[in-house]
Design a protein. Structure first.
Length: 500
């Protein structure tokens, strides 16, 4: 019997009313295992209305109450790691250990939200003028929305809603329709932790649901993670409807390898960062820039390691990489490899046509490695979002830096070197929001913010960390004068207020 995933509105499951459902497949078998309800605009309105009603009391609730609920949620999330990871593997396809890692990274932001009391402390200046004090406080926005991608169905929502609700907002989540079950499990755990009805809601669907959230007058802010074209649309549309927006887009992350680098460490890092999660992550290294004469040796070392990666079902403990999310995405990724030679690349490894015995209908693709890739080729210019690694050759550090900075993307980047001076130059000169020094995937810990530059971010705030607190709150400054009881009234003064 096919499982049905419905919405979560007002603290309980809400059966889909549209009659429209989307298929959810097991990527390892290609079989449709689940149907997910697609929301109408009216159903989105119902979720926003539930959130608005809940905000009337949640927005003025004590910090102690909010954090107590979040601490209980954290304990439940920790206890249910395996259950959530199993849902992710079943619908996304990533291996169980990778799914567990995703939950762990999401837990970091829950930890941060549990300590929100420190981040929401205001400021006070006394005696800025005679008996005048000025204080600054931060207050919640109201109803906020999150629109999240398929590649991290638990982690990316947890980059958003824990901070949002800790700050006093209520939340409407529109997760990816390709792997919706993790979000529903999270909703159940939040309810079990004692979160009031309506503070957290989930609506599933497609463009209809997204567009209604972007235009709804009661939604104050929108957070998004996904591809650059959609991020640009989200930012433009939501901003036109007077909403605060943080829209994180795509990436083409480069790893610059200098001649003095430890090539074994660099090769290990390149394989891990390019092919982990089957390349379906915005912080994947998809372009290695080899400087000087090391290119041939580095490519050989990468190939040697890549050929040993075990590909198989995500629930098989022996598997190191699983299938791609859909057959259509698999075919699109494969097209970049099949067309690479005609566009000037040397195909070192061709992973197209790969299959797994006993799972022939799964969305399989092997690891691909392209060398001497021209910057004009599609494989270099586009975000492939699959297990395809491009290697580019340059003669100098300066040439490599210029190549990286010419990219329209600026999400993450890395340098591998033993030279501290070169690394220091790179972290200052490279045009990207997150930089790793001998670290291939520089995803910041929860108390620092995540976000890129250029076409990798639309909006002024990065996600989580201090930026997350600022995004989900707005500042207010209060100037107060309490006259001394012994003083006579000051009388009318039409001049500019004095501060001395």
């Amino acid at each position: 019997m096919t499982k049905i995933v419905n919405h979560w509105i007002g603290g309980k499951p809400a059966e889909g009313a549209s009659g429209t459902y989307g298929p959810v497949t097991d990527p390892a078998t290609g079989a449709v295992t689940t149907k997910v309800a697609f929301a109408t605009a009216d159903e989105v309105d119902a979720a926003v209305a539930a959130a608005k009603e809940a905000y009337a009391t949640w927005g003025t609730s004590s910090l102690a109450r909010r954090t107590a609920i979040l601490f209980r949620f954290r304990a439940l999330l920790d206890a249910n790691r395996d259950a959530i990871a199993e849902l992710i593997t079943a619908e996304h396809g990533k291996v169980h250990s990778d799914a567990l890692g995703e939950v762990a990274r999401g837990l970091e932001i829950v930890d941060l939200a549990c300590g929100i009391t420190v981040q929401l402390k205001g400021e006070l200046s006394t005696e800025v003028a005679s008996r005048v004090d000025v204080s600054s406080i931060r207050q919640p926005l109201g109803v906020v929305a999150g629109i999240t991608p398929f590649n991290f169905p638990a982690m990316v929502p947890m980059w958003m809603f824990p901070m949002a609700i800790a700050c006093g907002n209520t939340f409407v989540l529109k997760p990816s329709e390709k792997d919706p079950s993790a979000s529903m499990k999270i909703a159940e755990l939040l309810a079990e932790a004692g979160l009031p009805d309506g503070v957290f809601n989930v609506v599933h669907g497609d463009k209809v649901a997204v567009d209604r959230l972007l235009e709804h007058p009661d939604v104050a802010a929108v957070s998004f993670v996904g591809s650059t074209p959609i991020a640009r649309h989200i930012h433009t549309t939501a901003a036109a409807n007077h909403k605060r927006v943080q829209a994180l887009g795509g990436a083409k992350n480069h790893m610059l390898v200098l001649p003095d680098a430890d090539l074994d460490a660099a090769a290990d890092a390149a394989v891990s960062a390019a092919y982990g999660s089957a390349g379906e992550r915005c912080m994947a290294i998809s372009a290695v820039v080899a400087v000087g004469a090391i290119g041939d040796e580095l490519v050989a070392k990468i190939r040697e390691r890549a050929e040993k990666i075990k590909i198989g079902p995500g629930n098989d403990p022996a598997s190191e990489m699983g299938p791609l999310i859909t057959a259509a995405h698999r075919d699109k990724v494969a097209s970049y490899v099949k067309g690479a030679a005609d566009q000037g690349s040397e195909v070192v490894l061709d992973g197209t046509g790969y299959t797994v015995e006993g799972f022939e209908d799964g969305h399989w693709i092997g690891l691909s490695l392209l060398d001497r890739v021209p910057v004009t080729s599609d494989a270099y210019r586009d975000e492939i979002f699959g297990p395809v690694l491009c290697v580019l050759r340059v003669d100098t550090y300066e040439e490599g830096l210029d190549l990286i900075n010419a990219s329209p993307f600026g999400n993450g980047t890395a340098i591998f070197t033993r030279d501290g001076g070169a690394a220091r130059r790179f972290q200052l000169e490279v045009e990207a929001g997150m930089v790793g020094v001998n670290v291939p995937i520089p995803v910041p810990v929860g108390y620092h913010s995540f976000g890129g530059w250029k076409d990798s971010l639309f909006g002024d705030h990065h996600i989580y960390g201090n930026d997350g607190t600022h995004f989900y709150t707005r500042g207010k400054v209060v100037t107060t004068r309490w006259p001394d009881p012994s003083e006579a009234p000051a009388g009318v003064d039409l001049g500019f207020p004095r501060n001395h």
